[in-house]
Design a protein around this ligand. Structure first.
Ligand SMILES: [Zn+2]
Length: 316
């Protein structure tokens, strides 16, 4: 299990980005693209940043979404922001607690940002991230997690943040960790989806409840008053509704296949082998495809009612 977790985290942090025309010359950690006036995506290059991030320039300040796995990448993003605006850094939104999205929090906080997150993630930044370390963790590894800065401001379901006239709407949806935030920029038609959306990438289900996740993806698509055509996923390239629909289909098919095999009496390795045989043809080419096996196991645990979720005691 621990090896699987370490593998999962390693995979989480080793994405492959494809070159995209029109991108700014950016530091090697990420590719920076202006999606709409003042709305930027910073997409991970070859796992060098560990995850995607972005920022929004308003009339009176800047809001950043996520702070990467590598603090050096956060420092580079801060430098890119300073090149584009003299407005103050006002907020950093964490889409969830996973270490690949919060490691640069202190860098943005030191530059003036208030860190915002869904209220449940506050404690999990330090407690739940410890599980990713595995058995070979050193004191320095543990110290690194103890030093992560949790959000300073928490919210429950919805929070409006105004950067002068420009607004950013934060909404929390269940499914990926139970503490996830999606950030909409309504005037630009952009959604920062965090790890609720993976673009042509096999997601990490370690903390997931797939039944809630698929419902969230449906409800997000019908969210009243929020229209978006451009989606910045937590991992993978900038996406559209097409990739969101593909991702939802992956989760639905995973659940359907595992449930069917369980009804046939399969469990353990036999269930995992049979499920992968069915899923590989369609999803074997996605990024992080080595997570497919652990996803089958996590899905089986969820359906059996034995899945351990963040903030609850360890089951195994
Ligand atoms: Zn992530």
């Amino acid at each position: 299990m621990i090896i699987a977790l370490v593998t999962a985290l390693t995979l989480l942090c080793s994405g492959i980005a494809r070159a995209q025309a029109g991108a700014d010359a950016a530091p090697a950690f990420f590719k920076l693209v202006e999606l709409a006036p003042g709305v930027f995506a910073a997409t991970d290059i070859d796992g060098k940043a560990g995850a995607n991030a972005g920022f929004v320039i308003g009339d009176d300040g800047v809001l950043v979404v996520d702070s990467f796995y590598k603090p050096e990448a956060a420092q580079a993003l801060l430098a890119e922001i300073h090149k584009r605006t003299a407005l103050p850094l006002r907020f950093l939104v964490n889409t969830h607690y996973h270490i690949d999205h919060v490691s640069g929090n202190r860098i943005f906080a030191a530059a003036g940002a208030q860190v915002i997150g869904q209220q449940r993630m506050h404690d999990w930044v330090q407690s739940e991230n410890m599980k990713f370390l595995g058995s070979k963790a050193t004191d320095a590894d543990r110290e690194r997690i103890r030093n992560l800065l949790p959000p300073q401001l928490g919210y429950g379901q919805t929070l409006h943040v105004w950067l002068g006239r420009r607004s950013v709407l934060l909404r929390s949806w269940p499914g990926h960790t139970g503490s996830d935030t999606v950030a909409y920029v309504p005037d630009a038609g952009v959604m920062f989806g965090g790890d609720l959306l993976w673009s042509r990438s096999i997601p990490n289900l370690i903390d997931a409840t797939v039944a809630q996740w698929t419902q969230s993806l449906e409800r997000m698509a019908e969210d009243e008053g929020v229209r978006y055509n451009i989606i910045v996923p937590g991992h993978g390239e900038v996406a559209s509704q097409t990739e969101l629909a593909e991702f939802k289909t992956y989760l639905t098919e995973l659940r359907g296949v595992v449930a069917k095999l369980q009804r046939q009496g399969l469990a353990g390795d036999a269930l995992q082998d049979a499920a992968l045989e069915e899923l590989n043809a369609r999803y074997g080419s996605w990024r992080y495809n080595r997570l497919m096996r652990s996803n089958v196991r996590d899905m089986a645990d969820e359906l059996a009612g034995t899945k351990r979720l963040p903030g609850t005691p360890q089951r195994r």
